[in-house]
Structures are given as structure tokens and as C-alpha cells.
Design a protein around this ligand. Structure first.
Ligand SMILES: [Zn+2]
Length: 416
């Protein structure tokens, strides 16, 4: 049987049953799921996924970062493997699909190959990454970008990272060993729910991800002078909040210039924050995201000019201090093409779009060729009990994943 031409399809009922079964672990009264990384529920879910992997003769191991790596050996087990996967930890009130869907669709792809007694040339790995919703320690350990400070990974409840990793079969002291070499992995493809409204609003079944946006975060401070709100005449004020209001509008304006960027002021602190005092000092956040670093640079340049003008007009001092800088992680064009071809073969309509949320795939992009597939999220809702992607949509995305992996298996541009 020629795998590149076979229309091998996943078993949709089995996929959706697996999604429903996993969602039982950590189930909340409101229909949501609570499976915080390293919790009892997370451990129970990890055990179930490992059991499922073993049932289809996958080789299962847990690395030092607690990542579960299930391997379905290929005809050439020494060749760099293809990998897929995602996470099964959730936010405190998450849904059934964020992360879990990508893991279970990967598992379903292997189930189909295994029951048809088919092997790819390359081994196929399904990876469950540790703590995606928090530190992303699992995928960062694989890419070799762990911060060498155990306090950084201390949990909000105070538990140290060594204890957490031990619970899931990992080891902080050996975490460097989780790093994968580019020679081991030929490509990584993550299937995920969109967690946004774009696909649904466009009536598209599949999103071919161009990359995961870069993110810059800044603290903006506005220094004016606090003074009596009754006795200080309007023309004699240096009102930091009036300046800050103009800064918010300037940020919104650069967000609305042509392009795919998003720009947000989401947090603000006013001092002294009293009804009878002219505000003397404001601190606020700026979050700016786009697929192109150069474009972000150019938007920041425009914004700085605006801020200078606002400072002069309001007699205040405005400063912009960086506090986070994540470079974009671009998806490889040949993987995007393989996803698009799979959609065409399956007669599914698709569009290209960036991912504006973080995913484990951005870390894998540091060491191998990366691609991502999105399926629609109802009303764009995620990280909530009402998160929903229909069984039909789940099947469509999983078939695209399977077909994409089959195509990549024979892709010539893969490093081998
Ligand atoms: Zn996720």
C-alpha cells in the first residue's frame, strides 16, 4: 500500500470517545475540566494516556522534564522521527479540547496506522508536554531553553519544582537531559483548537498556521505631578492620567493600522488614586504581538514618536521599559504546504493565519521544522468550561494531521 496516495482516515468515534473519556478526569460541576499540571488529576490523565500508548505497542518513556514521549517505530528507526503532540494540563477551569485534542488526535493517527499494520518510514512520536499552561517547562526543556533557576519554576502554592517533576516521573537535577537534538526530530506538527474567533467567522474548517507571533511587553510609566483637585487650575496641571488616556488611544491606534498586529493596554495603576487629587503617576502595561519582528520594531518606533508628542502636550514624562521579548516562531513553508494539500485532498476549506497564543510548538521550532494546524473554536472561546469544537470538526482536524504526517514522511525537503 502506498501511504502517500492512500486516503487513510482516522476513526472519528474513537477519537471523540477518547476526548470525552479524558475530560472525565478533573471534571468540574459546570462541565469544565481542572487538571492543573502535577496535580492528582494531571497524574491520572498522564497514566491513562500512557496506558493508551502501550495498548498500541508504542514505546513509552518519560523524560527528565516529565514529558511523555510515545514512539511508534518506523521502517527506518534510526532516521529522524516525525513528532506531534500537545499538552493535557489545563487552566483552573478549562475545557475539553485545549491541548488534549492535539495529543489524542496524534494518538488516533498512530492507532489507525497500527490497526492497518502500517509503518511510516520514519518513527512517529506523540509527545505530551509538561505544564504548558504554566511555565512550559516541558517544551522548553526539549528545546534547551530552561532557565537555570529552580525558584523560577516554583509553583504559585509554593511547591518546589523538584517535588513537582518527581511526581510525574521527571527530575529537576537531570533536566538538561530532556534536551533533544535536531538530528532526532525531522519535524513537529501540533494540532490545536484555535482559541479565537477567526476560523468560525470566516467559515473555514482548517487553519494553516504561518507561525506563532512574537510578543513584546513593556511597562509604560507616566510621571506628572499630584496636586489638589480643587485648587489647581486646569491649565496649571500635569495630569498623568490624562496623558495616560492618550497613550491608551495611541496604542489602540497602532493596533488598528494595516497589518495583523494586536496592541493592548490591559493593566493600569494610578497614584495616588484618590478622588480629590490630580493623578501624579500612572503605570500601565503594553502588549504588542505580530508575526514579524521588523514590523513590531516599526510599530514601536511610531508609538515612541506619539508618546513624545503626548508628553510635550501634557507636560509629563513618559517612559517605555521592556519586560518581555519573545521572538516569533515561524512555521516552515513546506509544512504549511503539506497541511494545505491535505485539506485539498480531504475537501476541507482552509485559510492561513498566525497563532496569537503561545504553544509548545514555538519551543519545538527552536530545534526542528515546525507546523501547526487549527480547528475552529465555537465563538472563539477557550480557557473556559464552554470551550467547544464539534465532533465533526475534531475529526476533520485529526484527518488533516494524519494526512500531513503521511506527506511529511515522504517529503524530500526533510533533513534526514
Ligand atoms: Zn493549549
Amino acid at each position: 500500500m502506498n501511504l502517500t496516495t492512500t486516503q487513510l482516515l482516522i476513526n472519528g468515534d474513537r477519537l471523540n470517545q477518547s476526548i470525552a473519556r479524558l475530560a472525565q478526569i478533573g471534571k468540574l460541576d459546570n462541565g469544565g475540566v481542572k487538571r492543573i499540571a502535577y496535580s492528582q488529576e494531571d497524574i491520572e490523565a498522564r497514566n491513562l494516556v500512557q496506558q493508551w500508548m502501550r495498548e498500541i505497542q508504542m514505546q513509552v518513556r518519560v523524560d527528565a522534564a516529565g514529558n511523555i514521549i510515545g514512539r511508534y517505530p518506523g521502517k527506518y528507526p534510526d532516521a529522524p522521527a516525525l513528532a506531534t503532540g500537545s499538552h493535557i494540563d489545563t487552566v483552573p477551569c478549562g475545557g475539553h479540547y485545549d491541548g488534549a485534542y492535539g495529543v489524542l488526535a496524534g494518538l488516533e493517527a498512530v492507532r489507525v496506522l497500527q490497526e492497518n499494520r502500517l509503518k511510516l518510514d520514519r518513527s512517529l512520536e506523540v509527545i505530551v508536554f509538561t505544564d504548558e499552561e504554566g511555565s512550559m517547562i516541558g517544551s522548553k526543556a526539549i528545546s534547551g531553553r530552561i532557565i537555570n533557576d529552580s525558584d523560577y519554576y516554583r509553583r504559585p502554592d509554593g511547591t518546589d519544582i523538584q517535588t513537582c517533576l518527581t511526581r510525574v516521573g521527571g527530575s529537576w537535577n537531570n533536566i538538561a537531559q530532556a534536551r533533544r537534538s535536531p538530528n532526532e526530530l525531522a519535524a513537529f506538527v501540533e494540532l490545536h483548537v484555535e482559541q479565537g474567533p477567526v476560523l468560525e467567522s470566516m467559515g473555514k474548517q482548517i487553519g494553516v498556521i504561518e507561525g506563532i507571533v512574537g510578543q513584546r511587553r513593556f511597562n509604560i510609566t507616566v510621571k506628572g505631578s499630584a496636586n489638589h483637585a480643587g485648587t489647581t487650575p486646569m491649565q496649571m496641571r500635569c495630569d498623568a492620567l490624562v496623558a495616560a488616556a492618550q497613550v491608551v488611544l495611541a496604542v489602540n491606534q497602532i493596533g488598528n493600522t494595516p497589518g495583523q498586529q494586536v496592541a493592548t493596554v490591559g493593566k493600569m495603576k494610578v497614584l495616588p488614586n484618590a478622588a480629590n487629587v490630580v493623578p501624579g503617576w500612572v503605570e500601565m502595561s503594553l502588549d504588542l504581538r505580530d508575526l514579524s519582528s521588523l514590523h513590531i520594531d516599526s510599530l514601536l518606533k511610531q508609538l515612541r514618536i506619539h508618546l513624545e508628542e503626548i508628553a510635550v502636550a501634557t507636560d509629563t514624562q513618559i517612559s517605555l521599559n521592556p519586560c518581555l521579548h519573545n521572538e516569533p516562531a515561524l512555521a516552515e513553508p513546506y509544512i504549511q504546504q503539506a497541511i494545505a494539500r491535505s485539506c485539498k485532498n480531504l475537501q476541507l476549506n482552509y485559510t492561513y493565519l498566525p497563532s496569537r497564543a503561545s504553544h509548545d510548538a514555538q519551543e519545538l521550532a527552536q530545534i526542528t521544522d515546525m507546523g501547526m494546524i487549527f480547528v475552529p473554536s465555537k465563538m472563539g472561546v477557550s480557557h473556559d468550561a464552554s470551550e467547544y469544537t464539534s465532533p465533526e470538526q475534531c475529526i476533520q482536524g485529526a484527518n488533516v494531521l494524519l494526512q500531513t504526517l503521511i506527506q511529511l514522511n515522504s517529503e524530500k525537503s526533510l533533513k534526514s
